[in-house]
Design a binder for this molecule. Structure first.
Ligand code: R5P
Length: 299
């Protein structure tokens, strides 16, 4: 097969599973930091005329971006036929509006930079809110892999009598689909965000499900504030401790420990390597890679 899969640092396990699932070979690259903090990147495989899949999830993006750009530039200089970036988590998607005058519209800047370096993008459930599709900001073709079917399968086999709960209107898209696939009722709450770590949750009509297990489903768990506030609200209404499912395990600071203290269970998909990963999306991402016809003549 022509495809060569490279792992940027921290993506080795996912990249190797994807290579196996796509019957592709692994490429080798070396990265390190110089004492002054600058990045060093070396491509150690022959990539001439090869179709390259570069795996780099983009949480904590600032430290990952420069090595990624260096790797892309070097792959091109060495004659790679095409670079497909697999970034299961796509950063900066929540900064999709100037909330205050003078703010950077970070989603667009980030998209332009990535689009200049790769030929295609594969990602998992990007945070689409005021931007409705990736091609509104990305200039390269993209494939969005959906976690809903895998999450629904996990719920069906791990939770008795679930009621699905979306903490805010943006989560409606995931919760509605997962609930339909899992054959469970769902509710979407109203969230008011007062600060990075300060959210207020409101809901009506959930009390009738007090005999069910609440399952919170959201795309991103970052500070955990959304999930923690939702759990507190549900407890005050007499519901059971909730199972929390996030697609992307960002977990800023002590979010993981804080959430574990109040949730019955915390589970995520493997878009960002984390101890909470229980739901694998390897098959779905591999399918998206395979669906792109191979180009290049290398072997
Ligand atoms: C925002 O609208 C997202 O869908 C998540 O609800 C949010 O990113 C969660 O962030 P945090 O864990 O910091 O509350």
């Amino acid at each position: 097969m022509n495809r060569l899969v490279f792992a940027m640092p921290g993506n080795e396990a996912l990249a190797s599973q994807l290579a196996h699932a796509c019957s592709a070979s692994m490429g080798a690259l070396t990265t390190r930091r110089f004492p002054d903090g600058e990045s060093y990147v070396r491509i150690d495989s022959d990539v001439r005329d090869r179709d390259v899949v570069l795996v780099c999830t983009l949480d904590r993006p600032d430290e990952k971006l420069i090595p990624l750009l260096f790797a892309c530039d070097t792959l091109r200089a060495l004659g790679a036929a095409r670079i497909v970036l697999v970034a299961p988590y796509l950063a900066y998607m929540r900064q999709d509006i100037r909330f205050q005058p003078g703010e950077t519209l970070a989603n667009g800047v980030f998209a332009r930079v990535i689009s200049q370096s790769v030929d295609r993008l594969i990602t998992v459930d990007p945070h689409l809110h005021r931007v409705h599709a990736l091609d509104e900001i990305y200039r390269v073709p993209s494939t969005v892999v959906h976690a809903a079917p895998a999450i629904a399968r996990w719920i069906a086999t791990h939770v008795d009598g679930p009621v699905l709960i979306g903490p805010d209107s943006e989560s409606d898209q995931w919760v509605r689909e997962v609930a339909a696939l899992a054959g469970a009722p769902f509710h979407v709450m109203t969230k008011t965000r007062k600060g990075d770590r300060d959210v207020e949750i409101a809901v009506t009509g959930i009390e009738s499900h007090s005999d069910r297990t609440p399952v919170l489903v959201d795309d991103i768990i970052s500070t955990g504030s959304t999930m923690i506030a939702t759990i507190g609200h549900l407890r005050s209404l007499g519901l059971r401790p909730a199972v929390c499912i996030g697609v992307h395990a960002v977990f800023a600071g002590s979010a993981w420990e804080n959430l574990q203290r109040v949730a019955a269970r915390v589970v995520t998909c493997d878009t960002i390597a984390h101890a909470s990963n229980q739901i694998s999306l390897v098959a779905e991402i591999a399918e998206a890679i395979i669906a792109i016809p191979e180009i290049g003549t290398g072997s």
